[in-house]
Design a protein. Sequence first.
Length: 152
Amino acid sequence: MLPTVARLSASAAAASSSSAAAPAAFSQAHKSRVQSLYRRYLKNALDWTVRRDLWRDQAIQIRTEFERNRHIRNPRELARVLKEAEEHLAHIKHPDPYKVAMFENGTKCLPFSSFYPFFAAFPRSSLMDRERNLPPRMFTAAEKKAALEADH
């Protein structure tokens, strides 16, 4: 389902090294990149599946895919696997991800300045005179006939 993704902790790298003087196999930058990728996969899955009980199964599957490739040591193979994973994530990314309401760009975080051009286009009285849920007014027969003749 998901492409193979590599992840290796520092303790596993240190335990598997043959000599004590050997450098660590993976840097902190690599670990941060993999953790970020893992988190983005989880957040994307949550965008697609809102119910947590169903999402949990997907999260376990994503974790299994990451753990499956934990043993990869070759830097070129790691780069290839991470590139495939990034491309796959870009391909399956949700078009309208969930945004927390109170955070920036959330549903409740809309500055008045974004609405100002809309309100400035109408005189204040015309906005206040309208009831939101009222149906449009009915035309008289004469008004309807005049409107139809004007269009043709």
